[in-house]
Design a protein around this ligand. Structure first.
Ligand code: 5RP
Length: 473
């Protein structure tokens, strides 16, 4: 798919938010141009534009352009972005419209950001950060930006719709965008910083065709986009949802709770107006999917728990350890020991916080993958916002996933349930469900004989066929 096709697809996906007879906030840029082209298919009362350019484009397509001052209630704002990180913070303003964009994002009840996958980055800052400044303060602010480690470049010859100048700030690594947005925003003469660190309401990527299925994640969506898309794109329409930044979540890890995420998933479903959905959870996220199905039975058409376990307990951990001891081959154990031996303190000390999660995970590959020598690192590319803090809060011994209580939740699941496990999955082995299945009359259980923790990747065809067959029942 070409870059323009990706932009068009993202733009068209936003159409579902546009209700008839409403006024829509419309941003600026090439992705938004595709949105405006598609918007003519809807019967809107008019649009508020974030730039003269978009206003012209709207007018040429017969869409009435309305001044924001005449609008009491703007329900929706749709715009692109230049970069988006794993916690859904944005850099905007490549087109120079950042001030009006921020005003519209603040005015609208819902801000829908439409981006193609190339805009997803690990850490914001590779795209120079646009800062709109009052012309007389340009040099003063440039000096202050340099003192903060940035390399501001004046966008010479460009004057914003508000009569101001833009400094594009290179060489910033925006690891704390909220703090930077606040810090730069208070410099005298700065009109707007092109960081949108707190304004995204709904974030998802969508692929495939068929019944809609939500795929929640807490550690970024790329690994699921990479592994579930080939297996299921002909079977279901997959909506990948990163719960760290959607609905009530602000991206602050410490504020996320298991219960809150279940509700936020429902918030995403409602915001997207999806009707009844399937929900698929992989690994620990299986508990999120099960909790969603238990709490929102009317909304859940199907539930899929892949490579997960029904709950967390010391007894289950002991069973898992025993499975590894008894079932794993000596070769598999040797490879694991060798991989781990390479992870010396010195090696670990050189890693970034997210690498400190991913590198040991890759070293533990013999416990997760059917091929014990498989290097899974490429599957995790783009997952830069994961850290010990995130893992401690959710996956650790006292982690939030432990809030899922199988006894309280499983009896409330009425939707058909598909449980899939890989035989070589030593993290969530096939017997994880033993003892629970008889309590689950709606469950279909399937063990994948040549799979580890990712049956959707190890046996994509068998996995896709199994899910397709189950959906038809
Ligand atoms: C304009 C913006 C745009 O949303 C951003 O530059 C993305 O543009 P495009 O869709 O052309 O890639 O912030 O100020």
């Amino acid at each position: 798919m070409s870059r323009d096709d990706e932009k068009r697809r993202a733009a068209r996906a936003a159409l579902r938010f546009v209700a008839d007879d409403t006024i829509v906030g419309v941003g600026t840029g090439s992705t938004v141009a595709f949105f405006i082209e598609a918007l003519v298919e809807r019967r809107v009362r008019g649009a508020v534009a974030s730039s003269e350019r978009s206003a012209r484009f709207l007018g040429e397509r017969g869409i009435r352009v309305i001044d924001l001052n005449e609008v009491d209630d703007l329900s929706l704002y749709v715009d692109g972005a230049d970069e988006c990180d794993g916690a859904l913070r944005l850099v905007k303003g490549g087109g120079g419209a950042l001030t009006r964009e921020k005003i519209l994002a603040a005015a609208a009840a819902t801000f829908v950001c439409i981006i193609d996958p190339a805009k997803r980055v690990d850490v914001l800052g590779a795209f120079p950060l646009p800062v709109e400044v009052i012309p007389m303060a340009r040099s003063l602010i440039a000096r202050q930006l340099r003192a903060r480690g940035g390399r501001p470049v004046w966008r010479e010859g460009f004057v914003t719709d508000n009569g101001n100048h833009i400094l594009d700030v290179h060489d910033l690594r925006l690891t704390d965008p909220v703090a930077t947005e606040l810090d730069l925003g208070q410099l005298a003469g700065v009109v707007t910083v092109g960081l949108f660190a707190r304004h995204v309401d709904v974030f998802y990527t969508i692929t495939g065709a068929g019944p809609t299925c939500l795929v929640p994640s807490l550690a970024g969506t790329p690994i699921y986009e990479r592994t579930f898309t080939p297996a299921l794109q002909d079977v279901m329409q997959l909506v990948f949802v990163e719960l760290r930044g959607n609905r009530t979540a602000t991206g602050d890890i410490d504020a996320l709770t298991f219960d809150g995420m279940v509700d936020d998933l429902e918030g995403v479903r409602r915001a997207l107006d999806l009707g009844r959905v399937a929900v698929l959870g992989h690994s620990a996220h299986a508990m999120l999917a099960l909790a969603y199905a238990a709490r929102y039975p009317q909304m859940t058409s199907h539930v899929l728990a892949i490579a997960g376990a029904p709950g967390i307990s010391a007894a289950r951990a002991a069973q898992t350890a025993l499975y590894w001891e008894l079932v794993a081959s000596s070769e598999r154990k040797r490879i694991l020991a060798e991989n781990r031996a390479r992870l010396t303190e010195e090696v670990l000390a050189r890693l970034t916080p997210s690498e400190r999660i991913i590198v040991p995970y890759a070293a533990n590959g013999p416990m997760f993958f059917a091929d014990p020598t498989y290097d899974c690192t490429p599957l995790w590319e783009g997952h830069e916002q994961i850290s010990d803090r995130l893992f401690g809060r959710f996956w650790g011994p006292q982690g939030q996933f432990g809030a899922f209580d199988p006894a309280a939740n499983l009896p409330n699941i009425v939707a058909p349930l598909f449980i899939g496990q890989g035989v070589f999955d030593f993290a969530a082995p096939p017997h994880a469900w033993a003892g629970e299945l008889e309590k689950l009359p709606t469950a279909t259980y399937r063990a994948f004989e040549r799979s580890g923790h990712y049956p959707q990747r190890d046996e994509p065809e068998a996995f896709g066929d199994a899910v397709a067959g189950w959906l038809k029942q």
